[in-house]
Ligand binder design. Sequence first.
Ligand SMILES: [Zn+2]
Length: 78
Amino acid sequence: MHSLNDLRESFHLYAECERCQRSVQLSIEKLIQRLGEDCPITTVRERLRCSNCNIRSQDVRIVFVGPPGKRVVFQYRR
Ligand SMILES: [Zn+2]
């Protein structure tokens, strides 16, 4: 199970609402300040609430972006 600390360097977190399709990038640093760096992602997911629908239907999408200085750049060649 991933904790926030596992994700802080190389990942971005997005909260997504199934109902209204809203997608918001979460600040991992702010989550750590609030919940602690050992907080598992499942706990983050349980606490999320869509500010649009005001229901707890959000899912968490975890996106790998690479470590600082070595960000993953997607390149498309034709
Ligand atoms: Zn929503």
